[in-house]
Ligand binder design. Structure first.
Ligand code: SF4
Length: 297
């Protein structure tokens, strides 16, 4: 049976599509958005995650790790993520849960067992399952099997995507996806490249492809102070959406909820201290979007 790398499954979500949803998070992402709330998703393989505040410095991990991936550092530990075979079974020796692994190889049957648990909620709320990440389309074969199984069982399917994929991948999964939650971060390719590591050209082309193919689409823009938060930035995106015939659009206000994960994942965080928007500014932008006739799903 097809297997994939899953780093989280969250139940009872109400923010990732219509109704009550189970969100399945798949590992791997081709972008490196500096505001990403899930930096532990970036690497396609399972990865070490260390919550320093939970570490009691007992040294158990340093004694059992086979390739010196962990060494004592005062009252805590220092990790050497580049070492070892990436077999992280030794992390289970940590008595406090300070050390854990993000990403688990699961097969389709195991993931479907989790999804089916909330079937009754999907039916009463018009909810379903949302595949997120990372970029779930990076695990296309695994995702495709899950999507087909969900559709065969009448479970509504949504895919949260960066759009940074080969168009043929979208063509293949599209018949089994009822809603694409599609990020458009900036219209300027250089701004996009600067803040995400990649140009937006293929993302915009793929969005047009999906729209012309009649796919269900909800476009979202994570609105980041000083990056893409001017009225002019949002208006440029809306113009493109109108040209594609897309009427579902919303901004996602910037937050710092994921900032603590960066240290745990061993990744530098560059937006520390960046203030969030005033509520009144978010409302002003949302009003501007509504005045242009867009709706949020
Ligand atoms: S086993 Fe856990 S609590 Fe003990 S030193 Fe290692 S990370 Fe810290």
């Amino acid at each position: 049976m097809m297997r994939g790398n899953v780093f989280d499954i969250q139940r009872y979500s109400i923010h990732d599509g219509e109704g009550i949803r189970t969100v399945v998070f798949l590992k791997g992402c081709p972008l490196r958005c500096r505001w990403c709330a899930n930096p532990e998703s970036w690497e396609p393989d399972s990865s070490l995650f260390y919550v320093r505040s939970r570490c009691i410095g007992c040294g158990t991990c340093t004694a059992v790790c086979p390739d010196h991936e962990a060494e004592k550092d005062g009252d805590h530990i220092r990790l050497h993520r580049e070492r070892g075979t990436k077999d992280y079974a030794w992390t289970q020796a940590c008595p406090t849960g300070a050390l854990c692994v993000k990403g688990e190889r699961m097969d389709v049957r195991e993931v479907m067992e989790e999804i089916r648990k909330d079937r009754v909620f999907y039916e009463h709320s018009h909810g379903g399952v949302t595949f997120s990440g990372g970029e779930p389309l990076m695990q296309k074969e695994f995702l495709l099997e899950l999507l087909k199984t969900c559709r065969a069982e009448g479970i509504h399917t949504a895919v949260e995507t960066t759009g940074f994929v080969n168009t043929e991948v979208l063509r293949e999964v599209m018949p089994y996806v009822e809603l694409f939650l599609y990020d458009v971060k900036a219209m300027d390719p250089e701004v996009h490249r600067k803040w995400t590591g990649q140009s937006n050209e293929i993302i915009l082309e793929n969005l047009r492809f999906l729209a012309e193919a009649g796919a269900g689409i909800m476009v979202r823009t994570p609105m980041i102070p000083g990056v893409n938060d001017r009225e002019e930035d949002i208006r440029q995106i809306m113009e493109y959406l109108k040209a594609c015939g897309i009427r579902n659009y919303a901004v996602l206000p910037f937050h710092q909820y994921g900032s603590g994960k960066y240290e745990s994942a061993g990744i530098p965080y560059e937006l520390a201290g960046l203030p969030v928007h005033e509520e009144s500014y978010v409302q002003k932008i949302q009003g501007m979007i509504a005045a242009e006739g867009f709706q949020a799903i």
